[in-house]
Design a protein around this ligand. Structure first.
Ligand code: FES
Ligand SMILES: [Fe+2]
Length: 398
């Protein structure tokens, strides 16, 4: 792999400085409360893909701890996708249970007293309505939440100050539009619930410095034997958003025996990290900077692009030291047994690396909560962690 001079990215981004970053903001409940108000409740937050709600009447409920609410996504009979607070306007019962999904066939009924809403959020029926005092059904629809989509990804915003397009700010320009997300429609999910601050979790992902050490039995095997230093192909910053791009290592790559079989079939797996995917990959090449692009859409959504497969992370902060890490891996729909095998191989190979990552999340949180360190020391390959902390600090402190 290409070795380049040291401290490349601090030269590229001098505005980020080189000072250590305080750990206090990752352990303070007061800071976390401010992050919820000043960051999460004002940002566009991804809640999945539009294909998950294909048919009119399809609905999904998402528990949004960092918004202190539960939201309902529903496709109306007019084809529109809408988001609402999942809260009945009668006395506030959650209309649908958390994490429920299905097809409501046009109507959702609160089980407490039976108020009925249609799939566009309007209040349609109130049992024993005549016994209420001046009840105006027209203003008692479900409370809407701003929703927009980008490349099939659904975003919602509790208190939008700008449109999704403005928020993304030409994120990656036209480049990402070329990625064939619609070809990769099958996804698998892991959802670990971890005793870790959301930023500590994210930091463990947005740098390659840890790869030779933490992933020496997995990801590192796709690098040359003397692999001791990770060097990114590039790092790109767009406002609060950021990209870590890894370069090709194809010439050096020796897959495991099972990986070799999977790649003959046309590997759509984490092995693609080393540029190993077969078949026509031109659509991927057009959309990507390197062979692996880790795109962080501020604050908590990651799209990890590879050749032939991509993954997403939604990092859901629950408390200052608790986060749910929702991981999805997207593959082409398997049409043959060998494609199913490739997808399974990819899923498992990726999981092995993720388990190594997870093993340090909670341990790091315990370490910083001990008070034994005051600052994170970030080196050049960890500069996106620095960018993340500085962005959060700036937004929290106004
Ligand atoms: S709280 Fe929903 S019908 Fe009463
Ligand atoms: Fe990792």
């Amino acid at each position: 792999m290409e070795q380049t001079e040291h401290k490349r990215f601090s030269q590229k981004f001098p505005e980020l400085g080189t000072d250590p970053i305080p750990v206090a903001n990752s352990v303070s409940p007061e800071f976390f409360a401010k992050e919820k108000e000043r960051i999460f409740k004002r940002s566009w937050i991804n809640v999945g893909r539009a294909e998950e709600l294909r048919t009119p009447g399809d609905y999904i409920v998402k528990r949004m701890d960092m918004w202190d609410t539960s939201i309902l996504l529903v496709r109306g009979r007019d084809g529109e996708l809408r988001a609402f607070h999942n809260v009945c306007q009668h006395r506030g019962n959650l209309l649908v249970g958390d994490s429920e999904k299905g097809n409501c066939k046009g109507f959702l009924t609160c089980k407490f007293h039976g108020w009925v809403y249609d799939d566009s959020g309007k209040l349609r029926d109130v049992p024993d309505e005549e016994n209420f005092h001046n009840l105006d059904k027209a203003v008692l629809g479900l409370k809407p939440i701003a929703l927009d989509t980008w490349l099939g990804f659904i975003f919602v915003n509790l208190r939008p100050e700008q449109s999704l397009t403005e928020y993304l700010g030409g994120y990656m320009g036209e480049k990402l539009n070329a990625y064939p997300f619609d070809r990769l429609e099958t996804f698998y999910t892991y959802k670990p619930d971890e005793a870790v601050n959301w930023k500590v979790l994210l930091d463990a992902q947005q740098e390659g410095y840890h790869v030779p050490s933490l992933h020496k039995r997995t990801l590192s095997l796709s690098f040359p034997k003397e692999f001791v230093r990770f060097r990114s192909h590039d790092m790109i910053i767009h406002g609060p958003h950021r990209i870590l791009s890894a370069g090709s290592n194809a010439g050096e790559f020796v897959p495991t025996p099972v990986g070799a079989v999977a790649s003959k079939i046309g590997a759509n797996s984490i092995d693609a990290f080393a540029g190993a995917a077969g078949g026509d990959m031109s659509a991927y090449a057009d959309a990507m900077h390197g062979v692996f692009d880790f795109n962080l859409i501020f604050p908590n959504f990651v799209i990890g692009l590879l050749y032939g497969t991509y993954f997403t992370y939604n990092i859901w902060p629950v408390a200052v030291n608790r986060s749910i890490w929702e991981i999805r891996m997207y593959y082409p729909k398997a049409r043959t047994a060998s494609q199913a095998f490739t997808n399974e191989y990819g899923k498992v190979a990726f999981r092995d690396g993720l388990m190594e990552d997870a093993s340090v999340h909670e341990a790091t949180q315990r370490g910083i909560e001990s008070g034994a360190i005051e600052n994170f020391q970030f080196q050049d390959e960890e500069i996106l962690c620095r960018h993340g902390h500085l962005t959060v600090q700036r937004m929290v402190n106004g």
